[in-house]
Unconditional design. Sequence first.
Length: 357
Amino acid sequence: MTMNVVHVELGERSYSIHIGDGAWDLLQENLREWNSAGKVMVVTDERVHSIYGHRIEELAGAPNSPATVVVVPQGEKSKSFGRLEDLCRKMAGAGLDRGSLVVALGGGVVGDLAGLAASIYLRGVSVIQVPTTLLSMVDSSTGGKTGINLPEGKNQVGTFHQPQGVYANTDVLRTLESRDWYSGMAEIVKISLTLDPELFAYLEKVNDLGPEGGVDIQLIVEAACRRKAEVISIDEKEAGPRLVLNFGHTLAHALESSLGLGEIRHGEAVAIGMRAALSLSKQICGLDEGQYRRAMAVIEKIPVPDIRYDQNLEQFLTRDKKRIGGRVRCILLEDIGRCHVTSLDDPGELVKALALS
Ligand code: GLY
């Protein structure tokens, strides 16, 4: 059994990320203790439940008080006010109180929705994140961001609500669809480019970043979580250093919203957004041609669909959450492992960079 632990240092809200094939066994042990103290609700989605239903019932079935299991539909559409209300009402119906625990077991959609419900129900109950996709393991399950979407844009409503712990069972990645694997890999590439030149050098050496490519998944998930944990520890609420985790995301969120939520995987949109950000980095902050090519070569290992975008894209760009004083914030790269946060008067610059990339 392989298990590694990464610590997120946040004073009294510190927690651990458990990474490895034994993560769910550890979770089951810890849930037994929780179950004797208060009610537990497990939130998952239809796909995860159809594959791991039996295991989830085992996790949830503590001898004296089994947890309530709530299954939400798969996909971005579940990140809605309707679904949020429904979940909060199920919490009330199941009698969850302030000593209760919500277990978000699924990908980013489940983590964001259940995390948000946990943060507002009774003004906040505890949540544990149990990510089942590569993307949620290396990004959305850690750091406390929760959210739902509006027609006006992705993740436009949300809170910061740190989990009590994260349990990432890397064994479940073998049932991921290839596009979802690559989607998570795009976030790993992002972390390597912005924060971890050593991880970048590793990704550069591996020819095939796909599910069958032989990449050391335990090693890279742990490295990505460690870098993210360091950033969260110094900037929990995204006042400064945490902004670098949005490399490629300004354009990615606008693309996702303009194409229709769920039409493109988040990581695919991030890969496209990173290409545009790299192109802009050469123009604005002097990213060297050699480093640009190295970075592009790794990003290009992530297959992305052909996309068609229109004027809608600029509209969504201007609504980006990170905008400040009407200017759109954008993360650029000065070098591999060194970022530059800038703001653009004209979001059209990013669209032009997209065409050039
Ligand atoms: N996904 C970026 C962050 O957690 O800050």
